[in-house]
Design a protein around this ligand. Structure first.
Ligand code: ZN
Length: 268
């Protein structure tokens, strides 16, 4: 039996059997990988954000009625932690968060591991050459793939200095940002030649930390391609065959937002 039953609604039609009603059956994958960092007070945000993720207790305890109840209030910038960049983030006519089609957020993944090329180089730009090398081994990236780059940088996610290049806050800290990102030449090559559904990576931004013009963001946004940043656990995905489900908070008019991204492993 083929195993690519990804979210396929199977109607088990057994022919007319009035005494046995037709039972719908939904076949879900059995092996999921969570590609999301949990949000908390240490979640990584751009240095110029005045506040980060805040979770305040509204109530936690026994009620006068005798039952337990708890509820929090949360606030956070849109862009931080594992999150989506909606195209409007860098393209005025691009889709806002709630308008990003589900078709852009769910689909087959190509996972390009560039961690060896990156090593400890916090200013590394992921190049066209490594993608071509990946294609020589795994075949051309099919159109409408969700492209995920693994730099290995998520190993530093809990260390603000190593992850961002600086632990300082404020505008003055921005020139001190150092982490790998996508070479704008690669972004252009991808939109011209591979037409990805979405593009993500395991660093805080599609553009590398030292970028001052955010060209990779602009190139992808101009094609209404959403970005996924600070993606986790990409080492657990095969180069091809996984399916990604990336569902950001549906913020009306949002330029992005917190993202829950998971992947179903092939054959599960
Ligand atoms: Zn962002």
């Amino acid at each position: 039996m083929r195993t690519n039953l990804f979210l396929t609604l199977l109607l088990v039609a057994c022919g007319p059997a009035p005494d046995k009603p037709v039972e719908p059956m939904i076949a879900f994958p059995t092996e999921w990988v969570d590609l999301t960092h949990a949000f908390d007070a240490n979640t990584i945000y751009w240095p110029n954000n005045p506040t980060g993720f805040e979770l305040d207790t509204q109530y936690n305890g026994m009620t006068p009625g005798g039952w337990y109840y708890s509820s929090n209030q949360l606030s956070a910038p849109e862009h931080g932690g594992t999150h989506m960049d909606a195209p409007v983030h860098f393209a005025e006519q691009g889709n806002t968060a709630e308008r990003v089609a589900l078709d852009r957020l769910i689909g087959p993944a190509c996972v390009i591991d560039v961690s060896e090329e990156v090593g400890e180089d916090a200013d590394h730009l992921i190049s066209v050459a490594v993608v071509e090398d990946w294609e020589n081994r795994h075949g051309p990236i099919p159109p409408n793939s969700i492209l995920l780059f693994r730099t290995g940088w998520d190993r530093y996610y809990d260390d603000r200095v190593k992850c961002l290049g600086t632990a300082e806050h404020g505008e003055a800290a921005i020139p001190q940002l150092h982490f790998p990102g996508i070479d704008p030449e690669l972004a252009q090559w991808l939109v011209d030649n591979r037409k990805p559904r979405a593009v993500g990576l395991d660093t805080p931004s599609l553009d590398y930390g030292q970028s001052t013009d955010f060209r990779s963001h602009r190139i992808l946004s101009a094609q209404n391609i959403p970005g996924f940043e600070n993606v986790a656990n990409l080492d657990r995905l095969p180069p091809t065959g996984a399916h990604v489900v990336a569902l950001p908070m549906k913020i009306k008019g949002g330029t992005g937002g917190p993202l829950r991204i998971v992947a179903a492993l092939p054959g599960s």
